[in-house]
Design a binder for this molecule. Structure first.
Ligand SMILES: Cc1cc2nc3c(=O)[nH]c(=O)nc-3n(C[C@H](O)[C@H](O)[C@H](O)COP(=O)(O)O)c2cc1C
Length: 188
């Protein structure tokens, strides 16, 4: 009887072990769903966003302002230009075209933008507030003339604490290998 019990226990243990490893295998084989969302006024961030999407086999979606920015709108030397006025007002939320993407489907969201006055352009705030990103892993990336990304990410983190912000990266003139190495640290 004692031997029979031991045998039964051993059989159960083998079953349990194989179920666990199979579970693990299923987990690692599961493909993560990745979305790249970006805003770009003059095309630089768009180019990087497209590279990330291609390399990560991700879906891509552009944040498009309802009224596009003209050259004069982007003149940072003019305190009265549209971008200067928007960036001078933390409450500014320029209207954007409806984004037809269901963010809840994705495991990771890469969020890209150009640095404007050391911050993310306000259209990015408009997008974040329209999409429900609470609890989502959001990985910021940016392009700039020379500024870093840190201040813009700190500002976004402070404004939207329910989002699981990941370390952001400035992607100025980076190689495809650098991009691939960077995002593969997130998407396993
Ligand atoms: C209104 C405005 C403000 C900017 N402010 C900064 C800044 O604070 N620091 C910086 O390094 N570059 C700044 N730039 C440069 C852009 O970040 C840079 O050219 C970026 O790559 C443009 O991206 P895009 O082509 O995707 O719009 C600014 C550009 C504009 C139009």
């Amino acid at each position: 009887m004692k031997h029979l019990k031991l045998l039964l226990l051993a059989v159960l243990a083998v079953f349990a072990a194989s179920a666990c490893s199979q579970n693990k295998e299923e987990k690692t084989m599961e493909k993560k769903k990745v979305l790249v969302v970006y805003f770009s006024a003059t095309g630089t961030t768009r180019q990087v966003a497209k590279q990330i999407a291609r390399l990560a086999d991700a879906d891509i979606c552009e944040i498009v302002p309802a009224k596009s920015y003209s050259g004069a709108d982007l003149d940072w030397n003019n305190q009265l230009s549209r971008s200067s006025v928007e960036m001078g007002n933390p409450e500014a939320r320029p209207e954007i075209k409806a984004v037809s993407v269901d963010v809840s489907k994705y495991d990771y969201i890469f969020l890209g933008y150009p640095i404007w006055w050391d911050l993310a352009p306000r259209a990015v705030n408009t997008f974040i507030e329209a999409a429900d990103l609470a609890g989502k892993a959001v990985i910021p990336f940016a392009t700039s003339g020379s500024s870093g990304i840190a201040n813009s990410v700190a500002d976004l983190k402070k404004s939207y604490p329910k989002i699981e912000w990941q370390t952001g990266k400035l992607l100025n003139r980076v190689s495809e290998k650098e991009i691939a190495d960077w995002f593969s640290a997130y998407i396993k």
